[in-house]
Design a protein around this ligand. Structure first.
Ligand code: ATP
Ligand code: MG
Length: 354
């Protein structure tokens, strides 16, 4: 029987509360003859670890994580610890160290999930956003010059390498071909005349190898409008690091809220482990109250199982989440219910067992 060995970094704030539910679902499936077994190893890394040791994770953290089949991350962030320390010292270390250059974010409105848009049916929102995850606007190249003088300025440079653009765009084309769905590239060539024009050229170039894939190109400003006015036009979306970051928060808002949005950081070559996480933060305002919604982190388990070639379980988890949303018996307060975080994993398993 297949065995999956998962590294768990529950992290800070609501991280441990929501991750516990995802683990319950994963091990529950294994116990109900899912066709595989699973073991978890927990790593207490994050901001509390940082306050004790001065680092977010040990110096040899990547070596420790490398043998695992996947990494399951909760959230990092703590009041008083700056983001460049918390995110930079853990999340970005892992993304970069393991070359997780694809950030895959489903934006799918399940039946029963709240949607702030009028006249939108659940079937209208079902896209996958492929976000570049290793360079672009977040390449960390720039300078803060002449501080304290009249000439003071900050420069921030985007890095769009041919290699970096090609691999993410090619990944998106492959996905579109596999799923027989259209592909939309979102960029901003009319204003960012070096980086985005280069991106657009590569998108067209690679497209010649995929004559079977229907393609569209949109400017990010127009795309933002269509996310709200006509999200049904999007199927597979490929975009840069910054635009993907912003658009997927917008995507989360139209598809049920932060409590339902999951994201995968993939190294498609499987040379290194990939990392699966709810996209929300540590939410210190609600930590410890048992009100956090763990459905995003359970959705992450679905994404993880899909990546581990357990496609059928991945789909079954999503339809169990949908059933939970439609029945409305066991929901956390953000979705209008009164259930505790710790009740959700069992409720999902109960639906899966039916
Ligand atoms: P970051 O700094 O990474 O953005 P954050 O702590 O601000 O992290 P967000 O994900 O931006 O967290 O979430 C903003 C707010 O949305 C939280 O403060 C919380 O009130 C609410 N929220 C986020 N995730 C959840 C969740 N899983 N369940 C319920 N409410 C949530
Ligand atoms: Mg926030």
């Amino acid at each position: 029987m297949k065995h999956f060995n998962i590294a768990v970094i529950a992290g800070d704030g609501i991280g441990p509360e929501v991750i516990a539910e995802g683990k319950k679902v994963f091990s529950g499936i294994a116990e109900m003859d899912g066709g595989f077994s699973v073991s978890f190893e927990d790593f207490p890394w994050g901001c509390e670890y940082y306050l004790k040791t001065g680092e977010m994770m040990p110096t040899d953290g990547l070596d420790i994580l490398k043998p695992f089949d996947a990494i399951y991350l909760g959230a990092v962030g703590y009041p008083g610890v700056p983001d460049h320390v918390s995110l930079g010292g853990l999340l970005l270390q892992i993304r970069r160290g393991f070359d997780e250059y694809i950030n895959l974010r489903p934006v799918r409105l399940l039946k029963g999930a709240p949607c702030p848009l009028a006249n939108v049916l659940p079937d209208d929102i079902n896209m996958i956003v492929v976000r570049e995850n290793s360079e672009g606007e977040y390449a960390n190249v720039g300078a803060h010059l002449y501080p304290g003088t009249e000439r003071e300025m900050a420069l921030q440079t985007g890095v769009f390498s041919r290699h970096g653009c090609e691999r993410v765009i090619r990944y998106a084309y492959e996905l579109a071909r596999l799923e027989k769905r259209s592909l939309t590239s979102i960029s901003k060539g009319n204003a960012l005349r070096y980086s985005m024009v280069f991106w657009d050229e590569i998108f067209a170039e690679i497209g010649r190898e995929y004559p079977d894939v229907e393609t569209h190109s949109l400017l990010v400003d127009a795309a933002s409008m269509f996310f709200v006015k006509d999200p049904g036009r999007f199927e597979i979306v490929v975009t840069s690091n910054l635009f993907g970051d912003i658009l997927t928060d917008l995507g989360a808002a139209i598809a049920g809220g932060m409590g339902l949005a999951a994201g995968a950081n993939l190294n498609p070559e499987r040379k290194y482990p990939s990392m699966f996480e709810p996209i929300h933060g540590s939410a210190p305002d609600i930590a410890g109250q048992e009100t956090a919604n763990p459905l995003a982190s359970i959705w992450s388990i679905s994404q993880m199982l899909e990546f581990l070639h357990e496609q059928e379980w991945a789909e079954r988890i999503l339809s169990a989440i949908e059933t939970l949303l439609v029945e409305r018996r066991t929901l956390t307060p953000d979705l209008g219910g009164s259930a505790k975080t710790s009740e959700i994993g069992a409720a999902i398993l109960e639906i899966l067992e039916r």
